[in-house]
Design a protein around this ligand. Structure first.
Ligand code: ADP
Ligand code: MG
Length: 315
């Protein structure tokens, strides 16, 4: 099988047809139509074997997870996922690996109604780079920079499950299924897109840990933040395994892909009602403050939080 039959068999055949795609896979560049009144949001994530996943992971999981983490970035901007392109570097032409990869990729893309519109296929160390394209009504995308002192900080779900899985894998234990699923198949928060478009002043998805990612939001917004320790939802298994350390573990553990977002204080009840009306849950966990830095209010007082999340170039 050569490069072109690989592209045809594993990528082109299963690609969704999308009314706004004028030319997809097969030409020198994809051509798409941006509907009037919408803005285009673009995000790229690279997964490198040995860094973001282990080379012996099932190719299905590698591909599916790659879609999910990319969709999470669009969810954080309140954009609807529409298209994707894939740059794939492969050490060898392994048909069964490609078949598994293709199945996971298209499962993820189809789940979010996304058309695969192009990419590149090369030989080298296993690397998966997915670029996703999303649409938001003009002026409705949500940025990290829109928060102000006094805004409320919300979280879209409990933290710590994926980090717990990683912790156990590092200790050569086999994490239970609920933890492995949290790590392998994060659930991008696309369901609260309209809520974010209507109420959010700023948002970020939690890939590197709440402390680090909230810090990014604060820096972009020119604020600091106060978190209420007893209001931060933690995954029950993280509580079980980490005990009294569960909160600090969850604050610095990554890969949750929940959303952290802010709203005006006056929208507190409206947001709660709107979330309840669509059976979404959002936890109010803190407030943006003028003073830079992160602080956590616990029963024993106030402590300053170091934003130590994952950084590829630290140390
Ligand atoms: P060119 O040589 O003109 O750059 P390529 O041979 O790289 O074209 O790719 C041929 C077509 O297949 C292009 O439309 C490209 O976008 C698409 N393509 C290549 N690799 C992939 C892939 N892994 N997934 C999806 N589309 C791909
Ligand atoms: Mg090319």
């Amino acid at each position: 099988m050569n490069e072109f039959s690989i592209i045809d068999t594993y990528f082109k055949k299963q690609a969704l047809h999308h009314p706004q795609v004028i030319a997809g896979i097969g030409d020198d560049a994809a051509c798409v139509k941006i509907p009037e009144g919408f803005e285009l949001l673009i995000s790229t994530d690279t997964l490198v074997a040995g860094v973001h996943f282990l080379p012996d992971w099932d190719a299905f999981d590698i591909a599916l997870r790659s879609v999910l983490v990319n969709v999470s970035d669009l969810a954080a901007m309140a954009a609807e996922p529409v298209w994707a392109s894939l740059a794939l570097t492969l050490p060898q032409n392994d048909q069964s690996w490609l078949a598994r990869f293709s199945a996971g990729l298209h499962k993820g893309l189809h789940q979010y109604g996304m058309a695969l519109i192009g990419g590149d296929t090369t030989r080298g160390p296993l690397t998966v780079t997915l670029t996703v394209y999303g649409l938001a009504p003009a002026g409705k995308a949500v940025f990290r920079s829109g928060g102000s002192p006094g805004d409320l900080i919300w979280l879209s779900g409990p933290l710590g499950a994926a980090a717990e899985a990683i912790e156990q894998l590092k200790a050569h234990k086999q994490p239970e299924k609920a933890l492995m699923d949290a790590l392998l198949y994060p659930n991008p928060e696309t369901g609260i897109r309209k809520l974010l478009q209507t109420y959010a002043t700023a948002a970020i998805d939690i890939s590197d840990g709440l402390a680090a990612d909230l810090c990014h939001l604060c820096q972009a917004s020119g604020t600091g933040a106060l978190l209420f320790a007893d209001k931060i939802p933690l995954h029950p298994l993280t509580l079980e395994y980490q005990g009294e350390h569960a909160l600090s573990f969850a604050l610095t553990g990554g890969d949750d892909y929940k959303l952290c977002f802010t709203t005006k204080a006056s929208d507190e009840q409206t947001l709660k009602n709107a979330a309840a009306a669509q059976s979404s849950e959002c936890w109010l966990i803190g407030v943006l403050e003028e003073e830079p830095g992160l602080r956590v209010e616990t029963s024993s007082g106030l402590s300053v939080l170091q934003p130590s999340g994952y950084d590829h170039f630290s140390g």
